[in-house]
Design a protein around this ligand. Structure first.
Ligand code: AMP
Ligand code: MN
Ligand code: MN
Ligand code: MN
Length: 278
């Protein structure tokens, strides 16, 4: 089996390792084809590509775009695009802006429930000042001792209805897909099992995504349960979507899944990499 991992993060977004360190970890996990998919940011691509080449590992460009769709946050992974495309770069830049203001509002909410100085605390974990994210707040909240791990943080803080949640307007689904496609890439719905969508809502999302030119869906991801692998395999077949696989690795000891460690795609799916000549 070709070990393909098309979803992970470096410290250019909310991962803890530099792009070259993530590449080395992918290689150590026996990954054959690798993409780094930082949130709303392609600044890690040059380092990632160079490190992958030095390790003799196939590399494709990647990004994970934050989208607001029907009032919810959805993530769309873009793969194998031209990173020099201007519309994509400018779209991502617009998507990133507003994170700092949001972070100040998150910190104010956390201070009100007894977690002071969260802006400064989160910032100490940030590698890219443009990309302060909830993950950085989660790391700080763990440091204060208020929670023991990331799972506990995201059950009690930073989510809708809990302290530290500040809604944000990200890119539209149409824009995200069109930036990726305009740059020659493939658009993939990331971890669909994470969104708590009803069958009707999921149908609306995938139908609209396909109509906009979206091509794939993550089936095997660190964010899915084993039951969800089977469920989204059926859905990929039903909607004629290509199937993707990726760990969504963020940090050693923090991520549930290591790079390259997931099971293979279920049978009878067309992988997103089916025509990549790998
Ligand atoms: P943001 O883009 O600032 O809203 O942060 C989103 C990031 O928070 C995601 O990419 C994950 O890394 C992290 N995150 C969100 N929900 C969870 C969760 N339930 N468990 C672990 N990490 C999460
Ligand atoms: Mn993340
Ligand atoms: Mn995601
Ligand atoms: Mn991710």
């Amino acid at each position: 089996m070709l070990n393909v991992d098309l979803h992970c993060h470096s410290n250019v977004s909310d991962g803890a390792l530099a792009p070259a360190e993530v590449a080395a970890r992918a290689k150590a996990g026996s990954v054959d084809v690798w993409a780094l998919t930082d949130h709303d940011e392609i600044g890690g691509i040059a380092e990632a590509r160079e490190a992958a080449a030095a390790l003799g590992m196939r590399y494709v460009t990647g990004v994970e775009i934050s989208v607001t769709w029907a009032g919810r946050t959805i993530h769309v992974v873009g793969l194998r695009f031209d990173e020099n495309n201007r519309d994509l770069a400018e779209g991502l830049k617009r998507t990133r802006c507003g994170r700092e203001q949001r972070a100040h509002e998150m910190a104010a909410q956390l201070a009100a429930v007894g977690i002071p100085d969260a802006f400064e605390g989160a910032l100490k974990h940030v590698g890219n000042p443009d990309l302060i994210s909830r993950t950085h707040f989660a790391r700080y909240i763990i440091e204060t001792g208020a929670c023991k791990d990331v799972q506990e943080v995201f059950a009690n803080y930073l989510i809708e209805g809990k302290p530290g949640y500040v809604p944000h307007r990200w890119a539209t689904l149409r824009d995200a897909v069109s930036w990726i496609r305009g740059a020659g890439g493939i658009a993939v719905v990331a971890h669909p099992g994470r969104y708590d969508l009803s069958d009707l809502e999921l149908d609306a999302l995938l139908s609209e995504f396909k109509q906009l030119g979206g091509a794939g869906v993550e089936v095997v991801t660190g964010s899915h349960t084993v039951d969800e692998y089977a469920r989204f395999a059926r859905i990929a077949q039903q909607y004629g979507l290509l199937a993707s696989r990726g760990s969504d690795f963020h940090a050693p000891g923090e991520s549930q899944t290591e790079l390259g460690a997931l099971p293979a795609l279920p049978p009878n799916l067309t992988p997103v990499w089916h025509d990549w000549a790998v």
